[in-house]
Design a binder for this molecule. Structure first.
Ligand SMILES: [Zn+2]
Length: 459
């Protein structure tokens, strides 16, 4: 039974994957998928949703219990109208499943025997305090990641003739892996730089002249500085595209990247380990699209978890219609965004959004004011007298008082007192919060290659 259900699911996915690239070469990167009429898109989604729920019910004990608990069976899912009736799945449920059944939990559709026969790579969420959640992906998934990411890269203007420098290590984060395989599929050579320090990366940049860099936005800023220190002009580096991953990329950060690197296009991938490990979303130059033939995307109200319509902000919920290992249904990713079904200038029909401020879990509440660290980043990076790094430090020196400190780096030659006064004033004007500002010399705050930790909450 399980084998039949799995076969039906995999062949339904495969039926909606384009296999023409190998034959058609560069001219085919699936415009018919990205520009599918919405009625046709809905049919594809409904067919896959029905089979995915049946497959998960069969292969994931956690999902079977969730549906049984509300008296729902896979046969009750017939169309997209049934989607809001399916339960939301949270990180906390996965962690609970993991605690009960270590080390993999029961939230994926993969067991030991299947992994041993078909395993590709294992990924984990970045866990600092909690045990990281593990996801075992298969060779079938690798093909899907390759295809979806190649479609996304194509929409970003990446073509054979490009050369890529990937500023990520050989780590358990999903961010870089789909891109690596997709670049290979597009016949774009890759210069891996895991294990290199920033000086070695800058040397590789100047010597091998990639046209494309992928890094976190912060690291893209930092690397330009290292390149300059080595006597090279980033404007003359030959880099024409920067793909930013792993962190929000607010406008002021984009402006700084462009100021340093010259006339580059900045693109973004969007996803999460659990439900969109390859391409959940990608930029087209106008907006960030979700790949809707492979993923269902919804936004929900943060309190009630009821769907919010396009135009109304909510938390992102993703259903993965394109995975053997982890076809999660209604996974609460938790990023805050506003979806739009308006026509995009690029001609793609899939839903889009303008971007992300951050995950709801990252939102800070300081003396009753809520704000995202990315909003502080956007404010600080608009001030030319400041360097690129900063820290937000929250503590309570006594029980009645909550202290909000901003540690910023001044550019060489800047007057520290004037810098502190300006940061204080801008923060008050923008967030109605008065911080204590500490100005430190350039280069004294830590740089990280992946996901910078800029908030120290010691309250
Ligand atoms: Zn577009």
């Amino acid at each position: 039974m399980t084998d039949d259900v799995r076969r039906a699911w995999l062949s339904a996915i495969d039926a909606h994957v384009c296999h023409r690239h190998e034959a058609a070469g560069d001219s085919c990167w699936c415009p018919e998928y990205d520009r599918m009429p919405r009625e046709r898109l809905r049919q594809v989604q409904e067919e896959k949703l029905r089979l995915s729920v049946r497959y998960l019910y069969e292969c994931s004990p956690m999902y079977r219990r969730k549906l049984d608990a509300i008296g729902m069976s896979p046969a009750d899912v017939r169309s997209l109208d049934d989607l809001p009736g399916l339960p939301i799945t949270t990180k906390e449920e996965m962690s609970a499943s993991l605690a009960e059944r270590p080390p993999f939990g029961e939230y994926t559709a993969i067991d030991d025997a299947h992994w041993n026969a078909h395993g590709w790579l294992m990924f984990t969420t970045s866990g600092t305090t909690a045990q990281p959640r593990a996801f075992r992906y298969t060779d079938f998934d690798r093909e899907l990641w390759t295809w979806t990411d190649a479609r996304a890269l194509w929409s970003m203007g990446i073509r054979p003739g490009d050369r890529a420098l990937l500023c990520f290590g050989y780590g358990p984060h999903v961010a870089m892996w789909g891109m690596l395989y997709a670049l290979n599929r597009l016949r774009v050579p890759v210069i891996p730089s895991g294990g290199m320090d920033s000086r070695a990366r800058a040397f590789a940049l100047a010597t091998y002249r990639p046209t494309l860099i992928s890094a976190t936005p912060s690291y893209a800023l930092y690397l330009a500085g290292v390149l300059s220190e080595q006597g090279h002009d980033p404007h003359a580096s030959g880099v024409r595209t920067i793909i930013a991953l792993g962190e929000p990329c607010p406008d002021a950060t984009r402006d700084r990247i462009r100021a340093l690197w010259g006339d580059v296009e900045i693109h973004e991938f969007y996803g999460c380990t659990e439900a969109a490990p390859s391409c959940g979303g990608y930029t087209c130059g106008h907006a960030l699209h979700f790949m809707e033939d492979t993923h269902l995307v919804e936004t929900v109200d943060p309190e009630t978890h009821q769907p919010t319509p396009p135009g109304v902000p909510g938390l992102v919920v993703i259903t993965n219609l394109c995975s053997e290992a982890s076809p999660q249904v209604r996974f609460l990713v938790g990023d805050v965004t506003t979806l739009s079904t308006d026509a995009c200038a690029c001609g793609r029909t899939h839903v889009h959004c303008s971007g992300f401020a951050g995950r709801a879990d990252d939102m800070l509440n300081i003396r009753g004011v809520t704000l995202f660290p990315s909003a502080v980043e956007d404010m600080l990076r608009r001030m030319p007298e400041l360097g690129d790094e900063f820290q937000i430090v929250l503590d309570s020196p006594d029980r009645r008082r909550e202290r909000f400190r901003l540690v910023v780096e001044a550019r060489p030659g800047a007057d520290a007192a004037a810098v502190a006064a300006r940061v204080e004033e801008e923060t008050k004007a923008r967030f109605d919060l008065r911080p204590e500002v500490e100005v430190v010399p350039p280069g004294s705050l830590p740089k990280t290659e992946f996901k910078a930790r800029r908030v120290r909450d010691e309250r």
